[in-house]
Design a protein around this ligand. Structure first.
Ligand SMILES: [Zn+2]
Length: 123
């Protein structure tokens, strides 16, 4: 996927049931992510929906929101699709992830959700 590896990373070895590995394999193929990035995306989603609330910097443009993810130590781009009214996370390659749930808490985004200008799947 050619993403730059910024900063330090920890290497883990985990054992998974084949069913879980196949599921990760399938979803990572669908999203066009490698399994490591998918697992990171899943953990980040879990973090942001379980009280981790450290996205502090937002930058609005016409068709995108840039957020600073403190866990990843990088910026993440959320692209607004006007016709589908969705936000697409360029990092997690999906319309529902921790970044999008975190973004839904910003007042400007809340307003757009209320008016139906943005639609976000419930967790
Ligand atoms: Zn994301």
């Amino acid at each position: 996927m050619g993403r730059k590896n910024i900063g330090r990373t920890e290497r883990w070895t985990i054992r998974l049931k084949p069913e879980i590995d196949e599921l990760l394999e399938k979803v990572s193929r669908e999203r066009g992510l490698n399994k490591t990035d998918l697992v990171e995306s899943i953990i980040i989603e879990w973090a942001y929906t379980h009280g981790y609330n450290k996205i502090i910097h937002f930058n609005f443009r016409n068709s995108s929101i840039t957020v600073w993810d403190d866990l990843l130590n990088e910026t993440v781009e959320l692209l607004y699709d006007i016709s589908k009214k969705t936000l697409f996370c360029s990092r997690c390659r999906t319309v529902s992830c921790g970044h999008i749930y975190a973004a839904a808490k910003i007042p400007e985004v809340k307003q757009k959700l209320k008016r139906g200008q943005i639609v976000i799947d419930e967790v």
